[in-house]
Design a protein around this ligand. Sequence first.
Ligand SMILES: NC(=O)c1ccc[n+]([C@@H]2O[C@H](COP(=O)([O-])OP(=O)(O)OC[C@H]3O[C@@H](n4cnc5c(N)ncnc54)[C@H](OP(=O)(O)O)[C@@H]3O)[C@@H](O)[C@H]2O)c1
Length: 306
Amino acid sequence: MDVESRKVIVIAGGTGGIGRHIVDGIVAAKKYTVKVFSRQDPSSLVDMTVKGVIVVKVDYADRDLLVKELQGVHTVIVTLISLDDSCVQAQINLLNAALEAKVKRIAPSEWTGHHDENTVIELYRRLKVPVREKIKAAGIEYTVFMIGLLMDYFASPQTASKSIGSLVIGVDFNKCVASITSSGDEPFCLTRADDVGKFVAAALELDKWNENSGIVGSRTTWNEIIKLGEKIRGTKFHVQYTSADEAARLIDTMTDNVLEKLIHQVYLGIVRGEFDFEATLNNICPEIKPTTIEQFLMESWTDYQG
Ligand SMILES: NC(=O)c1ccc[n+]([C@@H]2O[C@H](COP(=O)([O-])OP(=O)(O)OC[C@H]3O[C@@H](n4cnc5c(N)ncnc54)[C@H](OP(=O)(O)O)[C@@H]3O)[C@@H](O)[C@H]2O)c1
């Protein structure tokens, strides 16, 4: 396909942890013109421009600029996020500009499970639900990409990806310990960031998006993950279980550390089934074989020397 007739895809916040994997997945498809919206100067993002990505410096409060830069754009994928509410207004401004520029479809910054207005995860209630509601009400074609937990974190303290930092969630494969909320038998989904990029690129080929696009590397439980860890690390893990009620009480006492609170609310979200969903996009794209948790843990921890 000649460059002129390629569909233009915007990734707003494509400079971030997940965004970079999505940009790479779409670039690898070699079918699209990829534009990243960033508040940063393009000269500081040479690693992106060398791949042929067009970096556009935007101010999400500048509606005219957004409308201008969205002219002729087919799809907007949003991966921007902040801990404060500014990312909500940025996404709403982007949505309004996309409507004015007649963009065909948009994917809000979800990239997690299925969380409605009653989600136990406060940050999602504040930052994700209101944007989704606006998009639904606007009548534009959209999809909510669900990926579960990022598998990449399960390599911590190593990093499985250049753009995703290390973060121990639930199981510490280095120290061979785990801290689990509830029984550890509740199923949840997790996906490697590279595979998210591949599935999003494949979704761009679909004529029509469903409201939800479930991407699943593995559907598993904490206890199954611990069992795999024990097999690969060759030792029994010390596991501490906390009841969901006790975990909820503990969360109420966490006032200052936003990330700690988020992680503990995610544990509760897993107990409530918020990270368990159908692999709907896998079913549509059977040619993509995502990394399973067993493959990922083997890759990260076999022969680990600490
Ligand atoms: N499922 C999981 O395990 C998991 C894990 C991590 C993240 N996520 C989700 O994935 C999405 C992306 O997260 P991430 O960790 O990849 O994001 P991130 O790296 O923290 O941020 C992505 C980009 O957002 C832009 N940004 C930051 N503050 C902004 C603001 N106030 N207004 C506009 N843009 C702003 C920045 O781009 P510029 O500076 O270039 O403008 C940044 O590079 C989020 O929806 C997050 O909830 C899911």
